[in-house]
Design a protein around this ligand. Structure first.
Ligand SMILES: *[C@@H]1O[C@H](CO)[C@@H](O)[C@H](O)[C@H]1NC(C)=O
Ligand SMILES: *[C@@H]1O[C@H](CO)[C@@H](O)[C@H](O)[C@H]1NC(C)=O
Length: 276
């Protein structure tokens, strides 16, 4: 029997991760370095970015994904360091740990809604566009492999968030509309390049644990009552899903999909006991 090569084939691939200093971001950086990739870690927060530590294959750049100039400069310095960026992980976004949670949708400020869309939708589009422009100008489809963009969405983009429609609308926009649009244009602009999304369920971060400690119902509502596994997912499992999508050897025929890494989320609990 002839055995097959089950390696990820990511050795030497240049991967750029936005939002790299967060919990999922740093798990991604570690996972790609462990797979032998070159990693450019982009984050808006220079202090947190520094805490990622040092590695010969790691390059750190401070940039705001809402700034065209800063993103272009980030891709340019990344290219000067490790060559053209083949794979882009568009992870940076304002998440539910930083957004205000009004008690009711009646109180959600329009300014917050606009800001969330500006960062999470426009910023994600800009990240993908900057990657694609840089790749078409400086990459060669005959040589550059593992070319793809992976959009990080959320289970909120499927199921909504009762008092944060800003967040859920933004995630729906990127994991559906943006992915389907890029699916139609990316392979024409750069043969062989792919686009996919990943939609993590509640992730077991220190922030999630803190919230669960403050609100005893949260673990029940977010995981136990509403997911098959009954528990939140680890940042490492999200990172491994992203690595799978990044590996042409493993997912080269997977295109325009949303990979749900959520332990089998069913949705949201509509009425709590005693509310009707
Ligand atoms: C990218 O993916 C292919 C599999 O299609 C692999 O063989 C190749 O070595 C990978 N890495 C680079 C740096 O191109
Ligand atoms: C890629 O290869 C094809 C076929 O050999 C060739 O016609 C084309 O010019 C090459 N493209 C680049 C950008 O080198």
């Amino acid at each position: 029997m002839e055995l097959i090569d089950m390696g990820l084939g990511l050795e030497g691939t240049h991967v750029l991760v936005t939002g790299a200093a967060g919990f999922i971001g740093s798990a991604c950086v570690t996972a790609f370095l462990s797979a032998g990739a070159y990693v450019t870690a982009v984050d808006i927060n220079s202090t947190k970015l520094e805490s990622l530590g040092q590695h010969a294959h790691l390059f750190k750049v401070v940039a705001d994904i809402t700034s065209e100039e800063e993103l272009e400069a980030a891709f340019e310095s990344a290219r000067a360091k490790f060559g053209v960026v083949a794979c882009c992980i568009a992870l940076a976004s304002l998440d539910l740990s930083v957004l205000k949670h009004p008690d009711s949708v009646l109180d959600l400020e329009v300014s917050q809604f606009k800001r969330t869309l500006e960062v999470n939708v426009v910023g994600t589009f800009l990240t993908a566009r900057t990657w694609l422009r840089d790749l078409t100008q400086h990459g060669n489809p005959n040589i550059t492999r593992n070319a793809s963009v992976i959009i990080v969405g959320s289970e909120s983009g499927h199921f909504g968030e009762a008092s944060n429609p800003d967040y859920s609308s933004g995630k729906s926009a990127v994991q559906y509309g943006l992915v389907q649009s890029l699916k139609a244009s990316v392979p024409k602009l750069f043969p062989g390049a792919r686009v996919n999304a990943i939609a993590p369920g509640p992730v077991d971060t220190p922030q999630f644990r803190k919230e669960c400690a403050q609100n005893p119902l949260q673990l029940y509502l977010d995981s136990q009552a509403t997911s098959a596994s009954g528990k939140p997912v680890s940042p490492e499992s999200v990172a491994k899903g992203i690595v799978f999508l990044a590996s042409e050897a493993w997912s080269g025929s997977v295109m325009g999909q949303i990979l749900n890494v959520d332990g089998g989320k069913f949705g949201k609990l509509m009425w709590e006991r005693g509310q009707l």
